[in-house]
Ligand binder design. Structure first.
Ligand SMILES: Nc1ncnc2c1ncn2[C@@H]1O[C@H](COP(=O)(O)OP(=O)(O)OP(=O)(O)O)[C@@H](O)[C@H]1O
Length: 551
């Protein structure tokens, strides 16, 4: 449960800043403040500013301790964040803005969207997507959370309630027909929660496996250190009899809602359906860009694995996970090294396995490009097909791989460097769009806290007889402000449901800006001109009063 104290978080107090580089406000601003009857906010002390603004972030999260004016931390103690003047040594720094002229603190009530801008809008236009995550991304993330938290009480009678530190097992397999094709043992995948850290993990169980030598499992310690964005990280392995047989279980990161490449390309609902459903290559359906992206990502994983003196040995369509948009990861790494330890005992056999990884990569990509898992059985036809529909670079690259002509991963990575750069560029574009999406959510947590305070204060029955809330009382504005924000009507008396208006008003209230608004009484007989600053003061004092009466 979130403590009600969270709403107690220190309010956001922007300070006046002026670009003259001095602490004195411009005359126009002084007149404006005087006319409004407000005293000046304290001038910025550069010694304090940086620390305060950092601290402010924590306070706003309801986590911080109060800062005091005696803080002695020097803003320039922070090497990161202090701007560097590139002209300082050359004597041509007159065009370089000194630090004091930056407008600090930032105007938190203003939204400044980050590129890329999907739609061109006029400066005064805003749409709801400018404030929140896109529906698609939100839905995807929410579904992932749902899948992570899902439990299946119905299976609790079939599966053990816990194994080692893991409990609440949920089967991940999409069918209960198990083949032993890949590992030689039927394998099962489960999601489970760890009681040590509360996180979800994927457990991979090989049914009927007996470990003959305890030392064989130690290789997992080496695999734990193999970290790559294209590998599902492994954590642990142990044998167990809790399933009613002798099984071995491997613990991996859980990636909710992932699909294997087999499910994606050859499953019942393939992403690029083969129109004839025959084991023959068909039309150029999988875009070449997708193929290169897979190749580059798998090559990147292999580079890390081979550099660690290991071999992947699971370049199989059913053992590669598509964990989000165009993101693939090698799954089940390390299992073969435990169940067939003989192949890891000499450098020569490891090298053979590494060579086999490259051949398997060629076979895998051949089958995906030809849209059929059996493409490798017709190498001639498949290559002709690829030659007809894809670039020469792709055709040659696959040919060298699956025929075993590529000597090692380093050589291969060099040969696909141009594709790796393209892939890198796409990844950076995607990162930009995610960062832009993140910035839209930035202020929303703050607004929720403000709304909570507002909810605590407004329309409390015990205020009914409080003179401060009566039509002549000083809190009356808050009531009218609530009407102004949420209950406006248009000229035809229809409700105005405008999220942008609500968010803009709340942001200005939170920042306590000097802007004035006109509030009209419910009977339209009176109107009041009041600043957000004044309203903010009233929200704070209303909330403080409530908090005091709580104690
Ligand atoms: N680490 C993981 N995180 C999330 N989901 C996973 C993870 N590992 C596997 N899965 C999911 O579990 C399901 C079963 O995976 P599995 O590797 O057993 O595939 P399979 O097609 O059943 O292969 P096989 O026939 O070899 O068992 C797949 O849908 C896969 O996406």
């Amino acid at each position: 449960m979130i403590s009600p104290k969270t709403a107690d978080a220190a309010p956001f107090t922007p300070k006046h800043t002026y670009s003259t580089g001095t602490a004195t406000p411009p005359i126009a601003q002084q007149l404006h403040d005087a006319a409004n009857g407000y005293s000046m906010a304290p001038a910025i002390d550069p010694q304090l500013y940086h620390h305060q603004s950092l601290q402010h972030g924590f306070e706003n999260m309801g986590l911080g301790e109060n800062t005091t004016a005696n803080t002695t931390m020097n803003a320039y103690d922070f090497t990161v964040g202090a701007p560097v003047n590139p002209y300082a040594q050359t004597g041509v720094d007159m065009f370089y803005q000194p630090q004091q002229t930056y407008q600090h603190p930032l105007n938190y009530h203003l939204y400044a969207p980050l590129a890329p801008y999907p739609q061109k809008l006029q400066p005064f236009q805003k749409n709801i997507h400018g404030f929140f995550l896109s529906d698609n991304l939100r839905e995807e993330l929410q579904k992932k959370i749902d899948a992570t938290l899902q439990t299946l009480p119905a299976v609790s009678s079939i599966l053990p309630p816990s194994i080692e530190e893991y409990h609440q097992l949920v089967p991940l397999d999409t069918s209960n027909q198990k083949s032993a094709q890949v590992f030689g043992y039927p394998s099962w995948a489960y999601k489970a929660f760890s009681s040590e850290d509360g996180n979800a993990y994927a457990l991979r169980r090989l049914e009927g496996f007996r470990l003959s030598n305890e030392a064989d499992i130690r290789i997992i310690q080496r695999w734990r250190k193999v970290l790559s964005a294209n590998i599902v990280t492994i954590y642990d392995a142990w044998t167990t009899t809790k399933f009613g047989d002798s099984s071995i279980v491997f613990v991996y990161d859980y990636h909710p809602l992932s699909k294997t490449l087999a499910e994606t390309h050859f499953g019942p609902n393939p992403r690029y359906p083969n129109p004839t459903r025959q084991h023959q290559p068909t039309g150029p359906i999988v875009p070449e860009q997708v193929l290169w992206s897979y190749i580059v990502q798998i090559a990147s994983a292999l580079k890390v694995i081979h550099s660690a003196g290991l071999a992947a040995r699971v370049i199989e369509p059913s053992k590669i996970l598509l964990t989000s948009k165009m993101r693939i990861r090698l799954n089940c790494c390390g299992i073969f090294d435990v169940i067939h330890p003989e192949t890891t005992r000499s450098q020569e056999s490891v090298r053979e396995c590494q060579q086999e990884d490259l051949t398997q990569l060629g076979r895998l990509m051949l089958s995906i490009a030809c849209n059929t898992p059996t493409a490798i059985q017709y190498p001639q036809k498949s290559m002709e097909y690829i030659g007809r529909h894809y670039s020469i670079q792709l055709r040659d690259s696959l040919y060298y791989l699956y025929t075993g002509s590529t000597k090692n991963i380093d050589e291969y990575v060099k040969s696909i460097a141009n594709q790796a750069f393209q892939n890198f560029d796409s990844a950076l574009h995607y990162e930009d769009s995610l960062e832009s999406a993140l910035s839209r959510e930035l202020e929303n947590g703050r607004l929720v806290r403000l709304l909570c305070k507002f909810g605590f204060i407004n329309e409390r029955p015990e205020y009914d007889h409080d003179p401060r809330w009566s039509e002549t009382g000083d809190r009356y504005y808050l009531k009218l402000f609530r009407d102004y924000v949420f209950h406006s009507v248009d000229e035809n008396n229809n409700p105005v449901v405008d999220m942008a208006h609500v968010l803009t008003c709340l942001n200005k209230l939170d920042a306590g800006v000097d802007e004035k608004i006109m509030l009209v009484s419910r009977d339209s007989m009176n109107c009041f001109v009041v600043t957000y600053k004044e309203l903010k003061r009233q929200v704070e004092s209303g909330f403080q009063d409530l908090s005091k009466s709580r104690r």
